[in-house]
Design a protein around this ligand. Structure first.
Ligand code: LLP
Length: 417
């Protein structure tokens, strides 16, 4: 059994094990991320099953959660990886993802990024500009290798999501505008070191239903069909990630529904002989991680009651950065009762996790839910706060713990600077 549940007396549990017991076993103080590897594996297996054939690729967007245990768990379910840097590529390779299941996207790839990607012959380096073709070709030539490239198209569409995570509109820095596609193919075809393998797109994050995914995908498919019609060869169409989840406010369809819609699109476009690549990050990991925090202080000012916890915006920046809402719940009892305004200790007004019904007396420990994606990976040491710990749970037990680097190391590193 897996997933975040409640025991009969209302305490939070992962599978059958109360969270408080798992934290004690881990021996890691709060703030700490706790991840349910079994639930991640089950979700990846469902998404892979929806893809059906092995020809298609579930390329997990590693930026969502770079932990080796997470990437290994997903790789064991047959997932590949979408990476944005040499660092992420090294993690994916070391976690057992074969190069043929790795794609690299990113609007500014460094020489190091490209050299490792070309050296391993990954499935596709997604070109984000006409100019980039020449850079990839030059690195391939220097290495005596061939670069497998796809064109990342910017379909010029607005999608209904937060402006910071919308990537497929005219003013976004990402991808190649449709007007430049011919020049991009010409640049690829002019370079003997490059092989054109596909067309890709990624229009943004937190789509709650497949329609905008399909609308953007249709534009990418149009580019692929035109390429094939002009005698070009292609292996894949990559429709990107962006599968949303329900953070407690707005329901989102399951990842398998996005996959089914994408497969339907390829068929309708007559491209079903190609491989479909999808790149979900958040949907595979966000619901299966929580950030556990302890109460540092309660505070009453006027009519408002504040609960100051030991996790701050440096540990989970999504609320401060995007106005994201993460449900906050007591660890040892059901949510409900009097509201508390939950804030962190960081010296910024944006260090605010919102108002939640936590009841009286104030809980000693809380979880911030759905923190398995873009939580730890976006954490910082702002305000002299060392990075949080990470606890990995499988089969109802703590499988491993990545401890916080700790305060001493932080102080030392600052004094060295
Ligand atoms: N593929 C590409 C090329 C991407 O840039 C991204 C995410 C993904 C796939 C995965 O998207 P997902 O399925 O996770 O939505 N930090 C923000 C999200 C930024 C997403 C950046 N790119 C957040 O916390 O909401």
């Amino acid at each position: 059994m897996h997933g975040l549940t409640r025991t009969a007396d209302g305490a939070l549990a992962l599978g059958d094990r109360p969270l408080a017991g798992l934290l004690r076993d881990a021996g890691a103080p709060t703030p700490a991320y706790v991840y349910d590897l079994d639930a991640m594996a089950a979700g990846a297996a469902d998404t892979r099953a929806a893809l059906g054939s092995d020809r298609h690729l579930l390329a997990y967007a590693v930026k969502a959660n770079t932990a080796g245990s997470v990437v290994r768990t997903l790789a064991q379910q047959g997932a590949g990886a979408d990476v944005v840097s040499r660092g992420e590529l090294e993690v994916a390779l070391a976690a057992g993802v074969p190069p043929a299941r790795i794609v690299m996207s990113g609007v500014g790839k460094s020489r190091d990024d490209l050299d490792l990607a070309i050296g391993h012959g990954i499935r596709a380096i997604q070109l984000e500009s006409v100019e980039e073709a020449a850079r990839v070709a030059a690195r391939a030539r220097a290495l005596g290798r061939v670069g497998r490239v796809s064109l990342r198209i910017n379909p010029g569409l607005e999608v209904d999501t937060h402006a910071h995570v919308a990537t497929g509109h005219d003013e976004a820095k990402f991808g190649i505008a449709l007007a430049d596609v011919a020049a991009a193919w010409a640049a690829v075809d002019a370079s003997p070191e490059l092989v054109a393998v596909g067309v890709s797109t990624h229009v943004g994050s937190m789509l709650t239903e497949p329609e905008p995914y399909v609308v953007a995908g249709r534009v990418a498919c149009g580019v692929a069909r035109a390429r094939l019609a002009s005698g070009g060869r292609l292996e894949l169409v990559d429709l990107g990630g962006g599968f949303g989840i329900d953070y407690g406010g707005r329901p989102a369809v399951a990842p398998a529904r996005f996959v089914e819609a994408a497969l339907g699109l390829l068929q309708a476009e007559g491209l079903d002989a190609l491989s479909l690549v999808v790149e979900p990050g958040r949907a595979l990991v966000a619901p299966h991680g929580v950030l556990v925090a302890s109460t540092l202080q309660t505070k009453t000012s006027g009519a408002r009651r504040w609960l100051v916890i030991d996790a701050g915006m440096n540990d989970l920046v999504r609320p401060a950065l995007y106005g994201a809402k993460h449900r906050v719940e007591p660890v040892d009892r059901l949510p409900g009762g009097a509201p508390w305004r939950v804030v962190g200790p960081v010296c910024e007004s944006a260090d605010d996790f919102g108002e939640h019904p936590l009841g009286d007396p104030a809980p000693e420990a809380v979880v911030l839910r759905d923190a398995g994606a873009y939580g730890f990976t976006m954490a910082s040491e702002y305000n002299g706060r060392p990075l949080p710990a990470e606890i990995f749970v499988a089969d109802g037990a703590v499988k491993s713990v990545s401890r916080s680097p700790g305060l001493e190391r932080w102080v030392e590193s600052r004094l060295r600077a």
